[in-house]
Design a protein around this ligand. Sequence first.
Ligand code: 4NS
Length: 324
Amino acid sequence: MNILKWMAGAVLAAALSNTAFSGTDSSVNSEWITLGTMAGPQPDPVHSQPANALVVNDRVYLVDAGDGTVGRLTTAGLNMQSIEAVFISHLHFDHTGGLPALISLRWQTGASDMLTVYGPPGTRQMVEGIFAFMAYGVEGHYGVPGKIPPPANRNVKVVELGDGESVKFEDFTLTAARNTHYSWPKGSEEWKKFLSFAYKFELPGRIIVYTGDTGPSEAVEKLARGADLLVSEMMDIDHTIALLKRVNPGMEGEVFTGITTHLSNHHLSPEQVGQIADRAGVKNVVVTHMAPGLIEPEEVEYYTRRVKALYKGPVTIARDLDRF
Ligand SMILES: O=[N+]([O-])c1ccc(OS(=O)(=O)O)cc1
């Protein structure tokens, strides 16, 4: 095919599918799909809980796996049987609630490929907990006499990562960096035990960085330096607090103060998203982790304007199932 025709076709296809390919290596096709763009544990009729798919040359990787992941994968046309690996940023349940479904439904449907779950320390304990949840049902299986059920942990492996650790995959190199979703005093027992990660995916010709849930962080900024795509969390504190007050009018003062401190110290305002993107010099920003009940298009424009106050590149406020 004439190369100009091909390029015109590719540009048109990208425009139609809301896809912004920034890779330069034409032998690698990569897409980041925001499966769930919810902020936090409150259910929402429009946004699924935090989850993303990275698709590289038809291989599918999950980045966080909040409640609703299996359904969203299916809507995106991706097969839960063929997930290569899952990368969990931290062990809050809004980022992990879809894993029991993924692991147990794969077992129930006889998935034969190995699934490796990567995450911070504690990931092994969490996955062992999923096996415990499956144990009784596994034992009874489909109730066919004489059939010995395979163990729950068949085809599931866990790899716990440390701060700064890199792992080479067929399609990219992954690097984990401790972010600031927790603010344990440096060197404390809790600091050693509980980590939350941002992840960098270095593909041929394309670098993608996912912040995970985080507050402002020099480590995330450093990780994101020169990235083609920064997928960043964002927190609308006022919106979230107002929602919390509505759904939980009896919440006491101290609990409330604790959550407010968590929300403001361990998350990013739109301006802080812009600041990280600007300092890191990234080429594109995708904002995820949206407040429940997002009003379109007003709030999308409002958040975009606030991020752009500090960052001059392209900004997209992601919806579930957007592709980049
Ligand atoms: O709406 N909430 O209840 C809520 C939202 C965010 C949140 O923080 S997060 O770290 O779980 O995203 C905690 C509670």
